[in-house]
Design a protein around this ligand. Structure first.
Ligand code: GAR
Length: 202
């Protein structure tokens, strides 16, 4: 059976994209294929990673298009042209509108660097999530992969993995450990799980 066609949406370094690419190469992801990467930032290192892996990459810049609606329409056009069946948000730092998310029910997944429902929602992204976790003094944090709906970080949870906070952690050291121990594992595993489910429905 044809593999589920995956698009990965990125904004920055793309270490989660790299984890997905590596998992495809190692066979952890076998039911899907990453056929497209879309970045909303022309300088994202994730674009280099896509290029090195021979994956088609597109850049869509909101400022150039003038509005959120035009930005999302451009992304929809590219996804449609490429026959995309699953959208993976891997460090994509732009909140998608309800108009967008409604088009793809349970076909968009996101990785978030905390145990949702802690430290999530509007304003909680990247390093900020870990700064807030340390400020609060929580002893356990982690990462979550969830479906994307109209509520930021509000869709049904697919997988979570906990990471213990150390006395001497900084936001940077914690971010690195959460990525290594949690995000880079549960994002590929969740991607494979959802690709398999999509294949069953074909
Ligand atoms: C990751 O930690 C990801 O969980 C987070 O941004 C980082 C992107 O790193 N995403 C969010 O905070 C979304 N709310 P990467 O570009 O190296 O994958």
């Amino acid at each position: 059976m044809d593999k589920t066609k995956i698009a990965v949406l990125v904004s920055g370094g793309g270490t989660n994209l790299q984890a997905l690419i590596n998992s495809q190469n190692s066979g952890v992801i076998s039911s899907g294929e990453i056929v497209l990467v879309i970045s909303n930032n022309a300088n994202a290192y994730a674009l280099e990673r896509a290029k090195k892996a021979g994956i088609k990459a597109e850049t869509v810049i909101k400022k150039q298009l003038g509005s959120q609606q035009a930005f999302e329409q451009k992304i929809i056009d590219i996804l449609t042209e490429n026959g995309i069946e699953l959208i993976v948000l891997a460090g994509f730092m732009s909140i998608l509108s309800e108009d967008f998310t409604k088009r793809y029910p349970e076909r968009i997944i996101n990785v978030h660097p905390s145990l949702i429902p802690s430290f999530c929602g509007k304003g909680f992204y990247g390093l900020k999530v870990h700064e807030e976790a340390l400020k609060k003094g929580v002893k356990v944090t982690g990462a979550t992969v969830h479906f994307v709906n109209e509520i930021p970080d509000g869709g049904r949870i697919i997988m979570q993995k906990a990471v213990t906070i150390r006395e001497n952690d900084t936001a940077e050291s914690l971010q690195k450990r959460v990525m290594e121990k949690a995000e880079w594992k549960i994002l590929p595993q969740s991607t494979e799980k959802i690709c398999r489910q999509i294949q069953k429905c074909k």
